[in-house]
Design a protein around this ligand. Structure first.
Ligand SMILES: Cc1ncc(COP(=O)(O)O)c(C=O)c1O
Length: 442
């Protein structure tokens, strides 16, 4: 079957997400291995977005596939109240890689449900109802999670669930709080002062949780200045508020550490995770909670559950994924290749006037395009659109590179198994594609 035939058949009976159905222009994936996938006509693509920033270990790893097959043969499904061998083993394995103290895990199936369950838990533990979440954030597409999301994907689902209050992001490149010459500590302090003022206006005693992506993902790889996370932790402690870090994208080595919070040594009360937890071989999420949260539920019922909570096949995929990350030192590779990626980003910025900023931590990266470096006017509007970014995406696709291009952002998130040669090769194609942006701004 050719690409054209497959696309026609799929489009006849499928509903695609985040799209007007007549506008979808999908790629076909026939097979995949490592950093690459092939379409049905045999064309190869480099996966510069690890699909949805989720295939951390890379495609087609036989160790994970074998673990899923073995689990299917042993026990394919058990209800969420059952204990299974793999459930016992995965809890122990996760407790070894999460920050100390975050060692009780509630399993779901998606990043969205992990965030919703974390909020439910925070409300139950504190008896308060408000949740502070950031503007440039994405926490999932189900009703609660999209209400927590700050970016425009939320608008179509409003009015949202009540109790969500938004606060601004520590976005050095565009924040009005950043002053030229600020140290990390200066900028972090301004952001913290602003957050504290918002808390004062809201009444800290009404706030159950502060939620954040440790490093913002799809909204542009916003890396908090040193001191920010520590300061938020301190604010939470002072007011009895729970800190929830959404590590759905940043977990499992993506940033060059097991979890984003490890870079700053901060321990949230809860970490939500999905994507890299199984490297997306099967759907699985988890909420990791500390004793403060867990102790509450020793004697109080947790009102939440899913038919597929702790699904044995998904747990087996997670267990095998953790082993692969350890065996292949993928956290170390993300750190080492992250340094190469950062250098390549800097070289691109030196060459292309259309690049306003480049940001990366480990192998979570993004290139921000502008019409003018001084005014910082984005190359495409905040709501998306314009014709330059689609041209860049089309060029990349034509030249065998798949990545996430939206608004004025071009994401650079290869699988963590990427080699230096592969990284240099794919970024050379990105370099060529960026000539389109330079030409557009004249
Ligand atoms: C930071 C973050 N949180 C939550 C989610 C939602 O995860 P899912 O699509 O598995 O519901 C995503 C998905 O992109 C994400 O990037």
């Amino acid at each position: 079957m050719t690409n054209t035939q497959l696309i026609a058949r799929a489009r006849a009976h499928n509903f695609f997400s985040w799209s007007a159905q007549d506008a979808v222009n999908p790629l076909v994936m026939a097979r995949a291995e490592g950093c690459y996938f092939w379409d049905a006509d045999g064309k190869r693509y480099f996966d510069l977005n690890s699909q949805s920033m989720c295939m951390n270990i890379g495609h087609g790893d036989p160790r994970v596939i074998a673990a899923i097959q073995a689990q299917a043969a042993e026990l394919a499904y058990a209800g969420p109240g059952m204990v299974t061998r793999v459930r016992a083993e995965l809890g122990e394995a996760l407790a070894k890689v999460t920050p100390a103290g975050l060692d009780h895990f509630f399993f779901g199936v998606s990043g969205a449900d992990a965030n919703e369950n974390a909020v439910k838990m925070a409300r139950a533990v504190t008896g308060r109802h408000k949740v502070l979440a950031r503007y440039r954030s994405y926490h999932g597409a189900t009703y609660g999670a999209i209400s927590l999301t700050g970016d425009p994907r939320r608008w179509a689902s409003e009015p949202a669930i009540p109790g969500v209050v938004r606060y601004p992001d520590p976005y050095k490149y565009r924040s009005a709080l950043y002053r030229e010459g600020d140290s990390d500590a200066d900028f972090a302090q301004r952001c913290l002062d602003q957050l504290e003022e918002i808390l004062m206006f809201e009444g800290p005693h009404t706030v159950a949780a502060i939620l954040m992506e440790t490093v913002t993902g799809t909204n542009g790889v916003i890396i908090p200045p040193d001191g920010y996370l520590q300061g938020v932790r301190e604010l939470c402690d002072r007011h009895g508020i729970l800190l929830i870090c959404d590590e759905v994208m940043t977990g499992f080595g993506r940033t060059g550490a097991w979890f984003g919070v490890d870079h700053w040594g901060v321990k949230p009360d809860m970490i939500t995770m999905a994507k890299g937890l199984t490297s997306a071989y099967l759907p699985l999420s988890a909420v990791a909670v500390n004793d403060r949260v867990f102790d509450h539920f020793r004697t109080n019922v947790f009102y939440g559950g899913l038919t597929y909570s702790a699904h044995p096949l998904c747990l087996a995929a997670a267990l095998a994924t953790i082993r692969v990350i350890e065996e292949d030192d993928l956290v170390g590779n993300a750190r080492r290749m992250g340094r190469v990626l950062a250098e390549l980003h800097d070289e691109l910025k030196a060459e292309h006037p259309a690049i306003g900023d480049v940001r990366s931590i480990g192998l979570l990266g993004c290139i921000e395009l502008v019409k003018d470096r001084v005014s910082k006017e984005p190359l495409a509007p905040y709501t998306g659109g314009g014709d330059v970014m689609p041209k860049i995406a089309a060029y990349l696709r034509q030249h065998g590179v798949y990545t996430y291009v939206w608004r004025n952002l071009l994401h650079t998130n290869p699988p963590l198994c990427v080699t230096e040669a592969e990284l240099r090769e794919v970024m050379a194609i990105v370099n060529d594609a960026l000539a389109i942006a330079d030409a557009a701004i004249g």
